[in-house]
Design a protein around this ligand. Sequence first.
Ligand SMILES: [Zn+2]
Length: 320
Amino acid sequence: MPGKYAVGIDFGGTKVLAGVVEMSSGRLIATSKKKTRNPNDHEDVSRRLTSVVDEALAEAGLTAKALAGIGVGAAGMVNREKGVLLNAVNLGLSEVPLTEPLSQYYGVPAKLGNDVEVATLGEMRFGAGKGCDHFVCIFVGTGIGGGIVVDGKLLRGASGTAGEIGHTVLYPNGRLCGCGAYGCLEAYASRTAIARQVSSEINRGHVSTVQDKIDPSKGILRSKAISQALDMGDPLVTRAVEDAARYMGLGLVSVINFLNPKRIILGGGLVEASQTYLDLASLEASKHCLVIARKKLDIVKAGLGDYAGIVGAAMLLANK
Ligand SMILES: [Zn+2]
């Protein structure tokens, strides 16, 4: 039946995931994955996208005729109207057209949003935001992104950057952030911040179970390695995660006091890896925020896990 399903694509700097999603339930019928590293040019990106969509459709036993369309959530700044990914630093490309090639190839509508926006849409329809019309989603991974839902609608802001909680400033003379500013929340509470803290402790001669799993130059430590280290009681990783969580709690104070949301949904690799992160962030936020603003607020974990991006991207087709 046409329109019963949509394909959602989660387009990241290192990999692209596609999934066939049942529109009415958010159920994932089939998924597929490809690497996005080092594409040659725009055509190469399009070829990788169509091959990952073809695979997902084949696995679902469907053709493009069954689709309401294809939604793409991409990491980075996007032009939603033109369907173009503006800056794709990790890909070494700029102005990458994403929706036009898909739409032509499959003969269905295609829409583009950024990764945090679509993950928020996914949580709103089928995840921890279901039935709540006033909430904030915060995704913690390499960076920190946020989506704001007010009166059941995603808030985009004047130039489309609303929700950039990761770049609110905690310390004006603090750590350098990836955005070029100093002291942003992201430089203190992200997975990258944890990796940097653990690295510097290792460099000072302290021992950690993640010694061989860390890339100190880039500040990379995978969520899985963090989760395993926490299970083993690694003191360096435990302390770094606890510190990051407390900083996140301070970031949440601003969100709570400024927006007075009903719910804050925390998601992303780091939150999936550590319940402590969510618990401590929540505790720290409660200590410092306005008592009245905290009263009607829940702080909960995201409901869709790793698939929020795919399900949410598919929901771009449902949002008229
Ligand atoms: Zn920043």
